[in-house]
Unconditional design. Structure first.
Length: 291
């Protein structure tokens, strides 16, 4: 682009000068470095490999068995109290403000907890006016009411004592435990997390697969729910497989935060911290036994 008279930035024939060509090469190099930084999966900090936020949505190993039906990368910022709001309505729902959580000690308050900024969904878990506040968000159709599927999420969290995270598949029938439940990741935010396969069994039996990992780094968790099998993966590595009394009726995905269900654990006055989600994605199942 010409920015001055011929002779200043270009020769009389309109060709870039040597200085211009050098500047353009340097700009291309800077753009390449920025692109590399935006796609890096891990960085070295103090001699330790630490997972960074950026990671691609993982493709399934058997692509013919799956069809992607939902992707959310949180490209539109919304202020506290405006999620889902008009920007995300139709794609997301939330447990209503004022609902009590699993323990009854906390309250779902998406209006005081959830926002989106710089491409990240943020849950600000905290105690305010003596109330422990959390939120549970629900991706809407087509993930709601789906029989079998693949579910992936990129997440991290601060170690906030007294709060927990449970991203789960819950039976549409609302019948539990006979309808089963699939949880990954699940754990207290100041500890490590596991995968759980709650069997479709009135006795309430389950399989648990500990990861030994905490919430402090960016992680990618995947649930693959097929006929007769649920498979759990963390950062591309298999955590566990359950084949016992696998649910065979439709379920929906809930990205839930709440107060800890560990006996004796509850948020202290003034407790505060964040759960962050970079993206979520879901697939329907069309492999063997899909019907």
């Amino acid at each position: 682009m010409r920015t001055g008279p011929p002779g200043a930035n270009q020769d009389p024939a309109g060709r870039p000068t040597r200085a211009q060509r050098r500047e353009r090469r340097e700009r291309r190099g800077r753009r390449w470095l920025v692109a590399l930084a935006a796609t890096v999966v891990s960085v070295l900090v103090g001699g330790e490999v630490v997972a960074a936020r950026w990671a691609a949505i993982p493709e399934p190993d058997e692509p013919g068995d799956w069809r992607q039906v939902f992707v959310e990368e949180f490209g539109t910022d919304v202020e506290l109290g405006e999620f889902p709001g008009r920007r995300y309505s139709g794609r997301w729902g939330a447990y209503p403000a004022g609902w009590r959580d699993t323990t009854g000690r906390g309250t779902y308050r998406p209006d005081r907890v959830v926002s989106v900024r710089d491409g990240v969904l943020d849950y600000h878990l905290h105690v305010e006016d003596g109330e422990a506040r959390a939120a549970a968000l629900v991706p809407q159709l087509p993930t709601y009411g789906q029989l079998y599927g693949r579910y992936a999420v990129r997440f991290r969290a601060d170690p906030v004592p007294g709060f927990k995270l449970t991203f789960l598949l819950w039976p549409d029938s609302e019948e539990w435990p006979e309808g089963g439940e699939v949880n990954f990741p699940e754990g207290d935010l100041d500890g490590t997390f596991s995968a759980f396969m709650h069997h479709a069994d009135p006795a309430g039996t389950q399989d648990q697969f500990p990861t030994g990992q905490d919430f402090g780094r960016w992680r990618t968790a995947v649930i693959e729910w097929r006929p007769g099998e649920v498979r759990f993966l963390l950062d591309g590595q298999q955590v566990g497989v359950s084949t016992t009394k696998v649910p065979d009726e439709s379920m929906h995905w809930v990205l839930q935060t709440e107060t800890s269900t560990t006996p004796g654990e509850e948020p202290a006055p003034g407790a505060s911290g964040h759960v962050q989600v970079d993206w979520v994605a879901a697939w329907s199942y069309r492999g063997p036994g899909a019907g």
